[in-house]
Write a protein that binds this ligand. Structure first.
Ligand code: BMX
Ligand code: ZN
Length: 312
């Protein structure tokens, strides 16, 4: 038996055939036609899956799981507004997908789908309690508690990026100020680096004239740049503070970190773990932060895992 996983993102649509062990048997992807509207994007999804099914001819497909950028009402199956995809406003995504597939369709918010992938087949395999946090453009989350996926009203639980951490703080894409995402995301990290590199003399960040992004800061840090290392230590502290709150709220066995910034996990982990060890209440100090094991496939494999889970 296989399931089809779809990861619908603002830059790429990806599809995979995944078996019950979480192995990707076949995959296909293309750039999302993000400005073309829902009809075109749905046609892209169907094109990718048709291609996969034709090439591999699987015995039985249990279902299609679709991961899409949140906040998404997965109970009603409606995308109220996907900022990265034009036309997905109050769009009945689940019903429109179901019209196009002869298999049952399930919909999940992207970070919850990634949490499911890591829980079933990745760093959180075999655990009953985990919090997955993606740190990339934004900060998203997914929670498994007592062996169940936490979905909440409308299936929109675990928007951990929007915990308010600073009164009247930095503006967040959600419209509020002071959210965890507005401080801890890769975007926020790069913005801080840009501002501080201008203010500081003697830093090598951006000295080659290239764009200052997360990658260039980590590269400068590896070459011993003081400001770069300081910025990274601050980022680890911000993440550590947010993760410590999540540890206190959910009492997870582990926090699994994914997303773009997790590519620098080795550099960030000691600072994050150090914060937790220092500031979590005594009974929580031993909770470890782990790197997502499925990397950029957490959501893709998780979407397929969703199809298996809902049919068990
Ligand atoms: C935002 C929010 C979350 C998402 C998170 C991480 C939108 C479109 N997204 O907080 O639903 O999980 O960003 O998103 O409102 P990423 O694109 O950085 O992975
Ligand atoms: Zn916010």
């Amino acid at each position: 038996q296989v399931a089809i996983g779809i990861d619908l993102g603002g830059t790429q649509v990806r599809a995979a055939l995944v078996d019950e062990q979480g192995r990707i048997l076949a995959r296909a992807a293309e750039p999302t036609d993000a400005l073309a509207g829902p009809d075109r994007v749905l046609a892209q999804i169907c094109g990718l899956t048709d291609g996969l099914l034709a090439a591999s001819n699987p015995a039985s497909v249990v279902g299609v799981g679709v991961s899409a950028p949140g906040p998404l009402d997965t109970v009603a199956g409606v995308a109220s507004n996907i900022p990265t995809l034009s036309g997905f406003v109050d769009f009945p995504l689940k019903a429109e997908l179901q019209k196009r597939f002869p298999f049952p369709v399930d919909l999940e918010n992207d970070a919850i789908a990634a949490a499911i992938g890591e829980w079933q087949f990745g760093a959180g395999k075999g655990l009953d309690n985990l919090v997955y946090v993606t740190v990339s453009t934004g900060i998203g989350g997914g929670v498994v508690s007592d062996g169940r996926v936490v979905r909440g009203r409308k299936g929109m639980a675990a928007h951990v990026g929007h915990m308010s951490v600073v009164p009247n703080g930095e503006l967040c894409p959600c419209g509020n100020r002071g959210c965890f995402e507005a401080y801890g995301s890769g975007t926020a990290f790069a913005r801080r680096a840009q501002i501080r590199a201008v203010e500081s003399s003697g830093t090598t960040i951006g000295s080659d004239g290239g764009a200052i992004d997360s990658r260039s800061v980590f590269a400068a840090a590896r070459n011993g740049d003081r400001l770069a290392n300081q910025l990274i230590d601050e980022e680890a502290e911000i993440l550590g503070r947010g993760f410590t709150s999540l540890i206190h709220i959910f009492s997870p066995d582990t926090i699994v970190m994914g997303g773009g910034l997790s590519h620098e996990f080795d550099r960030l982990q000691p600072g994050i773990q150090g914060y937790i060890t220092q500031w979590a209440m005594p009974a929580f100090k031993d909770v470890r932060v782990m790197l997502a094991a499925l990397d950029q496939n957490s959501g893709l494999v998780g979407a397929a895992a969703l199809a298996f889970l809902t049919r068990k």
